[in-house]
Design a binder for this molecule. Structure first.
Ligand code: ZN
Length: 294
């Protein structure tokens, strides 16, 4: 039987809500995009959007966070800590007006979307790395999120410093001792004094440092989850030449440790851009909802 489902992706700057059908969850019936203002305002607008569709049986939510997804935790379903004003502790259930829902992190949602109909379709074990406002990793095992009670927080993993880098870093917890502190979009902007789109004559040096750090992250994700393919996206990955530089860096980093036949030796097919572009999160949220309607 066909049901209506919805997907909501909350991001640092915008919230996307979409309605689809269980028989083809990625084909969007109706969609809305609004700025990420306060939880009250966003909640009212998302609920009004969902109310326009009579019966939405389940809502998948892909949320910026970190989010508490442990059903036994008192903070279940809320954003645990974020610099975004008003959102720390905000219950995500308020976005959907009592409808049944399932919550994952935004990058896990993107991993689910890419697996459903993007760059990792038919690939059981995969990961999605996003390099943007933050650095995040979503991992799927057998097509499902790696964990059901918490998400990886690999943005905070420690990095080996590049010899030419003395930047203090931007992570509120670790300064320049983690990958988010050294290689996120805000780190690039602060290190070079320019946004990622305007690096100009600094481009080569910026790409060298980004690749040094992101190559280490790709190696870590490879060792930890043993994915067959990794998608790497986010605003910072739009820097020209960066993807190829990260591919080369990841091979130098892994140094054949997993054997000559391991897919990481062929970075053109192992480390790939998103097939769905910026749409992966909301499409993943729709598929997440469809998987919970039965
Ligand atoms: Zn950190």
């Amino acid at each position: 039987m066909m049901h209506l489902i919805a997907g909501v992706e909350t991001g640092g700057t915008k919230v996307v809500a979409a309605v689809g059908r269980t028989d083809d969850p990625g084909r969007i019936v109706d969609e809305m995009e609004i700025p990420t203002t306060t939880p009250d305002e966003v909640g009212a607008r998302v609920r009004a959007f969902l109310d326009r569709h009579e019966v939405v049986d389940h809502v998948g939510i892909a949320a910026f966070g970190p989010v508490d997804i442990d059903p036994r935790s008192p903070g279940f379903g809320s954003v645990t800590s974020t610099p975004k004003p008003g959102w720390t502790g905000a219950p995500l259930a308020d976005l959907v007006g009592g409808r049944p829902h399932t919550i994952v992190s935004d990058v896990t949602g993107a991993a689910l979307g890419e697996h459903a109909r993007g760059a990792t379709a038919e690939i059981p074990d995969s990961a999605y790395i996003t390099v943007g406002t933050g650095v995040g990793v979503g991992a799927l095992v057998g097509g499902r999120p790696f964990s059901t009670t918490a998400h990886p927080e690999l943005g905070h993993i420690a990095m080996r410093r590049h010899a030419d880098d003395d930047f203090a870093g931007v992570c509120p917890f670790h300064g320049g001792d983690c990958v988010e502190g050294l290689a996120s979009g805000p780190a690039i902007a602060e290190r070079w004094g320019r946004p990622t789109r305007e690096l100009g004559d600094l481009l080569d040096r910026a790409v060298t440092l980004e690749a040094w750090y992101l190559g280490q992250l790709v190696a870590t994700v490879t060792y930890a989850y043993r994915p067959q393919r990794i998608v790497i996206g986010g605003g910072a990955m739009k820097i020209p030449e960066l993807l190829d530089a990260v591919r080369e860096a990841s091979v130098r980093e892994i140094r054949g440790a997993l054997g000559a036949e391991h897919p990481s030796n062929r970075p053109d097919t192992y480390l790939v851009p998103p097939g769905l572009g910026d749409r992966a999160g909301v499409i993943g949220a729709l598929h997440l909802a469809a998987a919970h309607v039965g």
